[in-house]
Design a protein around this ligand. Structure first.
Ligand code: 2P0
Length: 341
């Protein structure tokens, strides 16, 4: 029996300049470059074992064996690695998602980033994290950014080899994010479907692409200058523009619910009442994320509690890059997981 084992942790990320649309569905090449903030509060731990006695791939998530459909997604992803180095062994993948159910955050970003790093470690691939992000991308676009900590850019690139992510700044300057988890039901329109429909039918889409290029350049200048106000203003504007493309798609759709609008209104009110620098953004779901100063988080949570239940407000600080875990870390992770449910 020969075995190759790798274990890794990757944190989720929230885009401040959104990835919205693909120019190549097969290769997951985006229509535009994007920029995110990695969060420390939410992450995925994954162990992968390649073993020549296995007769098929298998996948367990949070201790539950997954369906054939889920295994297929994992198999296709692992095939990229197997083909790259001529690896023939099947694999066992075990993942633990430390994303509170209440957060309602998609976990594909941290999931594929953790699986990519665990696979690269198991198979002893000699790759930089940037290169590895081109593999992670093929699982889910946003996972490119979860290989790095702090503020991260995913370059659209000219092709598959250079559509990769890299870190911009470690975000170690009084930055925090609140997730207002107003609704945690599964979304009706998967982001993959929503972005494609928008690319094909929204007359606003060309304007989205053009202005997002400018937003990216301006937000990077703001990050380098540690100019939080400009950073926040660009974040809020870019997120709203992304959602304007869904409203202008044909037929139109939206990820917002009535509760999303109430949460948005609460953020505007608190911003006005407390004169705080708080800015919101939303993804392909109903929850509202609030970019704020870490030092303002407690005050903000208190003020927002007047508008929505305190247990729906989840705090996070910027998170680190994906990392390789030891067998002891993995045991500790299992222990932690079993204690939280
Ligand atoms: C983002 N989103 O930049 C954008 C903003 C949602 C809204 O990346 O099709 O799961 O797997 O590449 O990465 C969510 O889409 O999509 C996403 P695929 P993904 O974070």
């Amino acid at each position: 029996m020969t075995q190759a084992v790798g274990i890794a942790r990757a944190h989720t990320n929230i885009a401040l300049i959104k990835y919205w649309g693909k120019r190549d569905q097969e290769l997951f090449l985006p229509m535009n470059s994007s920029l995110s903030l990695t969060l420390d509060a939410f992450y995925t731990d994954t162990k992968v074992i390649f073993d020549d006695t296995y007769t098929a791939d298998s996948f367990s998530l949070n201790g539950k064996e997954q369906s054939e459909k889920e295994i297929q997604k994992i198999s296709r992803f692992l095939d990229l690695f197997r083909e790259y180095i001529g690896e023939g062994r099947f694999a066992r993948v075990e993942s633990l998602n430390f994303v509170p159910t209440a957060a309602g955050l998609a976990s594909s970003a941290s999931a594929f980033a953790a699986l990519a790093l665990a696979s690269a470690d198991a198979l002893k691939l000699n790759m930089t994290p940037q290169e590895l992000s081109t593999f992670a991308r093929r699982g889910s676009g946003s996972s490119t950014r979860s290989l790095f900590g702090g503020f991260v850019q995913w370059d659209m690139g000219t092709g598959s080899a250079d559509s990769m992510a890299y870190p911009i700044d470690d975000a170690d300057w009084d930055i925090g994010m609140l997730v207002l988890a107003v609704d945690t039901k599964e979304k009706k329109i998967a982001s993959r479907v929503g972005m494609e429909h928008t690319v094909q039918t929204s007359p606003f889409y060309p304007a989205w692409l053009e202005t997002t290029k400018e937003d990216l350049s301006a937000i990077k200048t703001a990050i380098l200058a540690k100019d939080f106000e400009t950073l926040g203003q660009i974040t809020e504007h870019n997120g709203m523009k992304m959602h304007a493309t869904t409203l202008s798609a044909n037929p139109p759709f939206t990820y917002w619910t009535a509760d999303s609008l109430l949460a948005q209104e609460a953020v505007r009110q608190v911003r006005e009442d407390l004169h705080l620098q708080v800015y919101m953004t939303m993804d392909a779901g109903p929850n509202v994320k609030v970019l704020c100063r870490a030092s303002d988080m407690e005050r903000l949570v208190q003020a927002l509690s007047a508008y929505l239940p305190a247990e729906k407000i989840i705090k996070s600080l910027p998170g680190p890059a994906a990392s390789i875990l030891s067998q002891e870390d993995w045991q500790a992770s299992h222990q932690k997981f079993s204690e939280r449910i």
